[in-house]
Design a protein around this ligand. Structure first.
Ligand code: ADP
Ligand code: ADP
Length: 225
């Protein structure tokens, strides 16, 4: 699914080279639930941006579903982002004027899916996250946990190959946070591939595999029974 080979990301800061990623080699298979765990500044966001085709490495090879991504143009990268990756961020990034249902329909509008089909798919995605009874609520009328569930439904609705979640519980209290993590567990059990980025070991522990990163290097990679 995701194959990274000898990935470097180097930022020039004056005379100094900052190695945000320093020789990362990593394989993530279909239907894995992986947490990338590291302290602030360890390179997590940089790695997420590369996996999510938001950025390209300074050197190294990235294959997504066997296709070499680092050779693609910006337009082709955008196409891959839209079709293969479902993003979830700490801030929910919902559009305040739109209802839950309309927010979830948005990525389908961009894909040109027709209205009746959009409705059906968005409803199904909201059902999956337990929000069937909140279809017509606007973000402000929803709790933080519910807003994040809408964002998860929006990420799911295009049926992406990978779900990339960057500190998805960062803005939530611990109860809502664990509810969100239980949704990721369910999605994993239904066959989704999930990559979770976090600095929080208790959040990472919901995953089935933990990859620890420090100073741009993988320092540990282990499975959880
Ligand atoms: P996270 O949200 O994962 O903690 P941040 O984006 O806040 O990541 O940044 C993490 C570290 O990277 C911080 O130390 C920040 O100062 C540094 N950083 C982020 N963007 C830049 C940049 N454009 N130039 C220099 N340092 C940056
Ligand atoms: P994390 O997400 O784990 O907090 P980042 O990937 O944001 O870490 O950053 C990793 C390292 O790369 C940090 O040392 C940060 O200062 C540096 N960095 C990140 N983005 C930039 C940038 N755009 N320019 C310069 N340095 C950066």
């Amino acid at each position: 699914m995701i194959e990274l080979y000898e990935i470097y990301k180097v930022y020039k800061m004056g005379n100094e080279d900052v190695y945000a990623l320093n020789n990362v080699t990593l394989k993530i298979l279909k239907n894995e639930f992986v947490a990338i765990l590291g302290p602030s500044g360890s390179g997590k966001s940089t790695l997420m941006n590369i996996i999510g085709c938001l950025d390209t490495p300074t050197s190294g090879t990235y294959l997504l579903e066997g296709k070499e991504v680092n050779k693609l143009s910006d337009n082709q990268l955008a196409e891959i982002r839209n079709s293969k990756i479902g993003f979830i961020f700490q801030q929910f990034n919902l559009i305040p004027q739109l209802t839950a249902l309309e927010n979830v329909e948005l990525p389908l509008i961009y894909k040109g899916v027709k209205k009746s089909e959009r409705h059906k798919l968005a409803k199904e995605a909201l059902e999956k996250v337990g929000l069937s009874n909140r279809l017509n609520h606007r973000p402000k009328q929803l709790s933080g946990g519910q807003q994040q569930r809408v964002a998860i439904a929006r990420a799911l609705v295009t049926n992406p190959s990978v779900i990339l979640a960057d500190e998805p519980t960062g803005n939530l209290d611990s109860k809502s946070g664990s509810e969100i993590m239980q949704i990721f567990e369910q999605l994993y059990n239904q066959g989704c591939t999930i990559v979770l980025i976090t600095h929080d070991i208790s959040i990472a522990s919901y995953a089935k595999r933990i990859i620890k990163i420090h100073d741009g290097k993988i320092v540990e990679d282990y499975k959880i029974a």
